[in-house]
Design a protein around this ligand. Sequence first.
Ligand code: UDX
Length: 455
Amino acid sequence: MVISVIGVGYLGAVHAAAMAELGHEVIGLDVDAARVDALQSGHAPFHEPGFDEILQRGLASGKLRFTTDYTDIAGADVHFLGLGTPQRADGFGADLSHLEAATESLRAVLPSRDGAPTLVVGKSTVPAGTARTLAAGLEQIEGVTLMWNPEFLREGFAVKDTLEPDRLVYGVRDPEGPRQAVEMLDAVYAQLLADGVTRLVMGYETAELVKVSANAFLATKISFINAIAEMCETVGGDVTDVAHAIGMDDRIGAKFLRAGVGFGGGCLPKDIRAFLASAEENGVGQALGFLREVDMINERRRAKVVELAGEMLGTVAGRRITVLGAAFKPDSDDVRDSPALDVADRLTAAGAEVTVTDPQALDNALRRMPELRVQSDLDTALRGAELTVLLTEWSEYRELDPSRAAGLVAAPRILDGRSVLDARRWSEAGWELRALGRGPVAPAPDSAAEALART
Ligand code: UDX
């Protein structure tokens, strides 16, 4: 099939290359000419394991190309909408302007196939009601049908999540209505369906809600365990042991119970805020009011790191602090709403001399915070530190040798903001170690923390 993917940011670029991998002829479109040029010349504009390979394979086979021109995509059978829906500048709601502008540009080049069925498939995360509104405009064009097919990919696992999803969700105007559009999308995903992936067909609003509910649930789970971390800090418990023990209950599950500096990135923070705003607009703000608390718990963890750093150093003002991590999570160079960068910023504002290191995200970090002091070499970054703060759990930081690192820093003090270090090993190597939610006493056997780190 001939497929277009409109908006080749993180989601769209991965989707486009993955569709070419499935054997389709794919044209990725973006209004950002620099991004299109980079992709067309085989350069991934972000760090994502496995993406470079499928991008280059798609380009080499001739099945994948990129353009800025809507007339190039007019003849496609299926148009995917992969536009971003960031938080609005003036509030919590989702900014749908990119999606609306792209839909308008697409409308201008349709129909181009003599009334042959043309499918437009939204993949962006949107408030309930968006698809129905967009469909009202698009479906006036002969042969055009809109479906909503939310994307659940995680950064760091984007290729795998696209080609081996847990499920496919198809949102349609009328789940009891004609099946032609469903069959067309089935043809796009034929290989996935043959591999046994379950596909669920439902109404537009339900599909939209599946996506925002999934993200709200994940954010809530993280903030739940971080709230327990606050309790542990006060009463002297160990949150990693709590998480390990409650996670053994199948009904709860061990995943997404890693306490620490909390969630960030381009999705969870803005999606819970947009969900709350959408609930308020629909008059049911009270029902989702707890998401405000989820957001605030998350925010408090960042402040707690700064507070703990102050406790460990007496004062952070004028002290040399090395922050390990800038990306919002490992295996990503994304710094959008990154807890690590936010903490680095807060420590700097409190007068500390902060150096940030990260294996992939320093360029993006500098673009966001040009005044940031960065150092790409880990050993050099550690040299002279009076406090080391681990905020993104890259494997090189998890596997740091405490004895060797002690020889580099000015003072062996470490604040483990992700509870991934073996506290006993670090204490034995002479370090003062503090971790969120684990109290001031170095916790004993670390099997619980290790088990959680693997989830
Ligand atoms: C998320 C959703 O997982 C994905 O399904 C959706 O499509 C987009 O948003 P992503 O933003 O890539 O994906 O990251 P995710 O792995 O979910 O992590 C989000 C944040 O939560 C990270 O900052 C991570 O460090 C943090 N996190 C995750 C925790 O603090 N504790 C955990 O136990 C898990």
